[in-house]
Design a binder for this molecule. Sequence first.
Ligand code: IMP
Length: 198
Amino acid sequence: MKRKIIFATGNRNKMREIREILGGLDAEILSMNEAGIHLDIEENGTTFEENALIKARAAAKAANEIVLADDSGLEIDYLNKEPGVYSARYMGEDTSYEIKNQVLLERLSGVPKEQRTARFVCAVAAVFPEGEEIVKRGVIEGYIGEKPEGENGFGYDPIFYVEKYHCSTAALSREEKNAISHRGNALQAIRGELEKRI
Ligand code: IMP
């Protein structure tokens, strides 16, 4: 029988990306919903790795399968790595990203490009029924632009620019972004570990 891998997220975009990247594995990939797990998990860790593990461990308690979870966010060097692990909660969960992005641009007003460096970080944790735990980190380096641009992506994409393309990640296609993204990198790394164990 095929092994099951449960991804501890309720986010449809993440599930699609995960299915694309882990697709070739000899395993059935399920969302928490599809696995019949309903949990409200408090992300109270201080690092991306801790939060990913908190989520994966909580879901693993409810299922005797391989469980994956991720945690991600934006680090802006000039702002002491804010919003960091608070990326989703920055200025409140209900504040629109149009406003969050505008406020971040204002906080960087007048700051030269060399000091506008930033990165998206993603940690993906895997917890196995036998108790083994693995965490992998993926990073994409970039800088905060002078203005928002692009219609794709989500969250902080419109203000996060990559040197390679001289545009924001919201101006890239889904394929272009997946190929270089923090989440893409972390999932590829986890995929390598899963291949050894399935
Ligand atoms: P979580 O990983 O679902 O807890 O959410 C992380 C938060 O970081 C998101 O709500 C976004 O604000 C931000 N974030 C993470 N990855 C990206 C990305 O690829 N583009 C834009 N924002 C991101």
